[in-house]
Design a protein around this ligand. Structure first.
Ligand SMILES: C=CC1=C(C)c2cc3[nH]c(cc4nc(cc5[nH]c(cc1n2)c(C)c5CCC(=O)O)C(CCC(=O)O)=C4C)c(C)c3C=C
Ligand SMILES: [Fe+2]
Length: 431
């Protein structure tokens, strides 16, 4: 099946003027796979009017949106396995995605729209986001290690451009990773105010990818667990604690430049300048056990108060923790508490930009909620900014040891932002 679909994409008309009737006329002979593959080719050349600017996050810029831009409340993230048989076909996918994302993030319909196309063909846009506006949609795209090299094969001539920082994350103590929730050649993180807008974006990008990439895993997140701007209130995670208090915030550009954006890559890695690395971990939380844990123990495990999110050493939510302050039985913030283990003072000064989401996927076979935190962090280098902290947590953080289980994992190189007329990943393919 791979070949005909690729042929459909690789043989795409050079002129954008081809009619959908023509495309589907050809597709009719080749079956539905060809039809949808062809749709992806021509998916975004007719645009409806942009929605009011108030809910639009600019897609174009030096960096991709969806990183330091204000964290929205809803997310749909999907990893893809690339099935394209040529480099050209992969590039055509990234170009089609770029055009589609530029439209979607402005609240525009894809292609000829959800209702205005050929009456005898499936609509270009699936339609469920009609009337919902842009909803602050951001779509952030990244590349997994396997895009560069898979099973010893350099499928797309990218092996020489594999950044050293795009490692296979090591196994951490207690990891219970599921293959079907881990890895992927491409990642697409769609965040929005409205869940249907985020789901619509991923669904339509998957549709455009048909024949060139297929969804490997996906996750819906329903509530943000971080703030990325000082203008945002700190949300709560499913343990009921404020999460994101000490997060890196967009207003602190110096720290963001130091800890998030790649700026000194050179030679074959220069394409990553302006980019970053996304760590994604699906972390199941043992909600039922937590709910039977005393308030004293809950606060001790986190190292902050539940109500205000203030450090147990005193002050308000944004007071710096004082790890030396002693109580009757030792430090007020326990050395094995989560914030102590995660604090930059105990991690060589490193910080990360967390942008995770609460999730629930119903209940497991034992009647327990399959719920937790889909952890996402953006870092300049996971080798310095994630692996040591996660190793320490996996070994010493009582919260992690007793209440958390990592079930999914991924590390992705997120290329720089797109300039008008350019496409996602252009620096990788054209440098
Ligand atoms: C390896 C990195 C981290 C993982 C994994 C992680 C999981 C995780 N965290 C919470 C709840 C909270 N985390 C908080 C702070 C915090 N967490 C990390 C890193 C990881 N967390 C950092 C770097 C920090 C900031 C530390 C600091 O500088 O003080 C907090 C406190 C509030 C806050 O600052 O955000 C909570 C609460 C859960 C529930 C969880 C996995 C499910
Ligand atoms: Fe944390």
């Amino acid at each position: 099946m791979d070949k005909p679909k690729d042929v459909a994409n690789d043989d795409k008309p050079k002129s954008r003027g081809i009619s959908r009737r023509g495309l589907f006329g050809v597709a009719g002979a080749g079956g539905i796979g060809l039809a949808v593959g062809a749709l992806g080719v021509n998916a975004v050349n007719a645009a409806t009017d942009p929605k009011p600017a108030g809910t639009i996050v600019d897609f174009y810029g030096d960096h991709q949106a969806g990183i330091v831009t204000e964290a929205q409340d809803r997310m749909h993230i999907a990893a893809f396995d690339v099935t394209a048989s040529t480099r050209e076909s992969l590039v055509s996918l990234l170009k089609d995605w770029t055009e589609a994302i530029a439209a979607l993030t402005q609240g525009r319909e894809i292609g000829e729209g959800a209702t205005d196309g050929n009456y005898d063909a499936p609509p270009d846009d699936t339609g469920e986001a009609l009337d919902l506006g842009a909803s602050h949609l951001t779509v952030t795209v990244g590349f997994g290690r396997t895009l560069f090299e898979k099973d010893g094969k350099d499928r797309y001539g990218l092996a020489g451009k594999l950044p050293e920082a795009l490692i296979d994350l090591p196994h951490f103590v207690g990891d219970a990773l599921e293959e079907g929730r881990s890895g992927g050649d491409l990642i697409v993180q769609a965040c929005a105010d409205d869940p249907q807008v985020a789901v619509h974006a991923v669904r339509n990008l998957a549709r455009i990818a048909f024949g060139r990439a297929s969804v490997r895993w996906s996750q819906i997140g329903f509530g943000r667990t971080s703030s990325t701007s000082t203008t945002q209130a700190t949300p709560r995670n499913l343990f009921g604690f404020k999460d994101g208090t000490a997060n890196l915030k967009q207003e602190n550009a110096d720290l963001v430049n130091q800890h998030v954006w790649v700026s000194d890559a050179s030679g074959p890695e220069a394409w990553m300048n302006g980019g970053t690395y996304m760590v994604a971990r699906r972390i199941r939380m043992h909600i039922e056990i937590w709910d039977r844990t005393s308030m004293r123990e809950q606060e001790g495990l986190i190292g902050r108060t539940k109500k205000e999110g203030a450090p147990l050493s005193g002050g308000g939510e944004f007071t710096e923790p004082d790890f030396g302050m002693q109580g009757r039985e030792g430090p007020l913030i326990a050395v094995d508490s989560h914030v102590s283990i995660a604090h930059p003072n105990h991690n060589n000064g490193v910080q990360m930009l967390r942008r995770g989401f609460n999730y629930t996927d119903g209940s497991d076979g034992l009647g327990k909620l399959d719920a937790g935190l889909f952890f996402i962090a953006f870092v300049v280098d996971a080798r310095t900014h994630y692996v040591p902290m996660q190793s320490a947590m996996a070994r010493n953080d009582v919260l992690s040891l007793e209440y958390l289980r990592h079930t999914g994992s991924g590390l992705f190189a997120v290329p720089p932002g797109v300039k008008p007329g350019g496409y996602l990943g252009q620096t990788l393919f054209e440098s």
